[in-house]
Write a protein that binds this ligand. Structure first.
Ligand SMILES: Nc1ncnc2c1ncn2[C@@H]1O[C@H](COP(=O)(O)OP(=O)(O)O)[C@@H](O)[C@H]1O
Ligand SMILES: [Mg+2]
Length: 173
C-alpha cells in the first residue's frame, strides 16, 4: 500500500484501486477543495468518457472517491504522448476539454491507454453539462418534430381514404 499526496487530497493506492480522501495538510480551504474535487470527479465520471480514469465507488459529499489504480507515466512517456485529445476545444468544438493539469502525475495508464487520474478541477464542467443538456433537448425537439410530421401525414392519408370511401367512382377516373 502506497500513500500519495496532492494539494487537496491524499490517495491510498492498493493493488487495484486508488482511494481518494480530502486532506487537511494544506489548510481548510484545500480540504474543502478536496471535497469538491471528489464531487466533481464523480460527476465527470458519469460522462463515461474514455479519457478519464473510471470511478468505481464514491461517497456523497466528496468524502471518498475510489478509482481504478493506474500505472504511473514515465518522464519520457509524459513528454511524448499526444495530449491534444485531452484539450481539443476550441479546435474541435464537438469535444470538450478535460480539466486535467498538464503534469505527469495527473495522468496514468489504464488498459493500454493514457487517462486523466486528477480531473476534479472546475473549468469546463459547465460546457460538458451543456453538451448533455443540449443532447436531451435535441432529442426532445426531434421527437416533437417527428410527432408533428406523423400527425400531419396520418391526417392527410385518413382524409384521402375517407374521400375515396365517400365517392368511390372518383377512383375510376
Ligand atoms: N487513479 C489513480 N491511480 C494511480 N495514482 C493515482 C490515481 N489517482 C491519484 N493518484 C495519485 O495520487 C496523487 C494525488 O491525487 P490527485 O487526484 O492528483 O489529488 P489532488 O486533487 O489533491 O491533486 C496523484 O498525483 C497521483 O500520483
Ligand atoms: Mg493532483
Amino acid at each position: 500500500m502506497i500513500i500519495k499526496y496532492g494539494c487537496s487530497r491524499f490517495v491510498i493506492l492498493t493493488k487495484k484501486y486508488a482511494f481518494k480522501f480530502p486532506q487537511f495538510q494544506y489548510g481548510w480551504r484545500n480540504f474543502l477543495l478536496g471535497l469538491l474535487h471528489n464531487m466533481q470527479e464523480s460527476k465527470w465520471n458519469k460522462l463515461k468518457d474514455e479519457r478519464l480514469c473510471p470511478i468505481v465507488f464514491y461517497l456523497p459529499g466528496g468524502w471518498l472517491t475510489v478509482m481504478i489504480k493506474c500505472r504511473e507515466l514515465t518522464r519520457k512517456e509524459f513528454l511524448t504522448f499526444d495530449r491534444n485529445i485531452f484539450y481539443p476545444y476550441p479546435e474541435d468544438i464537438s469535444r470538450f476539454n478535460i480539466p486535467v493539469e498538464d503534469k505527469e502525475d495527473s495522468f496514468g495508464w489504464y488498459r493500454n491507454k493514457i487517462v486523466a487520474v486528477d480531473y476534479g478541477s472546475w473549468h469546463d464542467l459547465f460546457k460538458a453539462k451543456w453538451k448533455i443538456i443540449n443532447k436531451n433537448v435535441l432529442v426532445k425537439i426531434l421527437f416533437h418534430k417527428a410527432k408533428k410530421v406523423i400527425n400531419k401525414w396520418s391526417s392527410l392519408i385518413f382524409r384521402h381514404i375517407c374521400q375515396n370511401i365517400k365517392n368511390p367512382e372518383s377512383k375510376m377516373d
